[in-house]
Design a protein around this ligand. Structure first.
Ligand code: NAP
Ligand code: G4F
Length: 345
């Protein structure tokens, strides 16, 4: 019997790579999508097969983190072996504008799922998408034993979700893991996160379509890895003998300023001529630096990222240039990783 996975946030960056990964592994994949007046499935359209076609293994269901009854109905009907909970209001700057909505989705959304699983009596493994944002102002490098000091409504909501996950593991014996992931990026990254905003702007400025790129604080440091490698880490956490919490990170930090230099250098441009400051992108509270220590994931799960920030920058700039030149998004955009086939069927 194929394993059955339930994925929230399947239309996001991570959800789309995870769906590819699980389909490649032979899973039946059930994804939750939000009803919208426009199509929001562009990241997974290349994976979709009409469910009436024999052998289809990707199924999409309408649902929302705000609607606990719907989540319970879906879980009860699908009865997955593994739940990957990736959906969230995931933008830190937006969480300052919409703190209540962020808490409702990013914090209580996790609780709704955990409680639904408990009430149904479902025997499944649960992955919680925890975040390095929870460490906030804590000293570097940050590991599983570093105390949390969140600096945004998003970070606080993720701390609530983290402890809810631990609590359901301890109280009810559920197989629940927290993946504490540092920033991971790709050509599928949302266009308003800083890496993609930069690589997309490089492609447009190079083509003469834009003159300037407007940014906020460019002195902050982040540990940027390559999203498909982190997806494999999530899966490995759920295959372990016992549930636990793990940091995934590259262990290297670069400032936004350094990211800018790498990205513009890649096309032979001087970033200082094109970048302007706009205080609209400055946050009421900032995290100066996040750099992770993923020793536990390496020793316990055998997880080790291969792609570091400079290579990531190049692949993202190249993807944005090629998307602009062809007028198309390229969703089958990842180099082959060990154990992955090169293209989903
Ligand atoms: P993303 O691209 O922003 O995707 C978020 C997903 O959540 C989308 O599918 C979105 O649906 C869905 N979603 C948002 N609100 C929802 C709601 N109310 N009900 C149902 N679905 C909803 O995020 P990502 O980068 O893939 O990240 C995946 C998860 O990992 C998130 O929980 C994020 O907080 C966490 N995380 C990410 C990073 C990172 O660096 N990428 C690091 C640590 C943790 P739509 O497509 O309809 O908007
Ligand atoms: O790309 P960002 O918006 O990512 P941030 O805030 O680190 O959050 C991302 O990573 C977290 C993991 O640590 C995830 F949990 C979260 O869901 C998300 O995926 O901003 C990175 C840095 C920030 O310090 C920000 O202030 O870049 C700085 N920045 C400077 N100018 C900007 C901009 N960020 C954005 N988005 N846009 C700017 O114009």
């Amino acid at each position: 019997m194929a394993k059955r996975a339930f994925v929230t946030g399947i239309t996001g960056q991570d959800g789309s790579y995870l769906a590819e990964f699980l389909l490649d592994k032979g899973y039946e994949v059930h994804g939750v999508i939000r009803r919208a007046s426009t199509f929001n499935t562009h990241r997974i359209d290349h994976l979709y097969v009409d469910p009436h076609v024999p052998g289809a293994r990707l199924f999409l269901h309408y649902g929302d983190l705000m609607d606990g009854a719907r989540l319970a109905t879906l879980l009860s009907a699908i009865r997955p072996d593994e739940v990957y909970h990736l959906a969230a209001q995931s933008h830190v700057r937006v969480s300052f504008d919409e703190p209540e909505y962020t808490a409702e989705t990013t914090a209580f959304g996790t609780l709704r799922l955990l409680e639904a699983i408990r009430r149904i009596g479902l025997d499944c493994r649960f992955y919680q998408a925890s975040s390095s944002e929870m460490f906030g102002a804590s000293p570097l490098p940050q590991s599983e034993t570093t105390p949390f000091h969140p600096r945004s409504p998003y970070g606080s909501a993720k701390v609530f979700a983290f402890w809810s996950a631990c609590n359901y593991r301890e109280a009810y014996g559920q197989f629940v893991v927290n993946g504490i992931l540092f920033n991971h990026e790709s050509p599928r990254r949302g266009e308003t996160f800083v890496t993609r905003k930069i690589t997309r702007a490089v492609a447009r400025i190079r083509a003469g379509l834009d003159r300037y790129l407007y940014l906020g604080n460019i002195d902050v440091v982040r540990d940027w890895g390559y999203a498909p490698e982190y997806i494999e880490g999530m899966w490995r956490m759920l295959q372990a003998d016992a549930p636990d919490d793990y940091v995934l990170a590259t262990g290297t930090g670069y400032s936004v300023r350094e990211f800018l230099a790498l990205a513009f250098d890649h096309v032979g441009l001087d970033w200082e001529r094109y970048v302007r400051f706009d205080d609209r992108y400055v946050r009421p509270a900032e995290i100066d630096a996040l750099v992770g220590d993923a020793t536990k994931a390496r020793t316990s799960l055998g997880w080790e990222p291969q792609i570091r920030t400079p290579e990531l920058v190049n692949l993202m700039v190249d993807a944005d240039i090629s998307a602009l030149e062809s007028g198309e998004r390229h969703w089958i955009d990842r180099p082959a990783l060990p154990g992955w086939s090169t293209a989903p069927s």
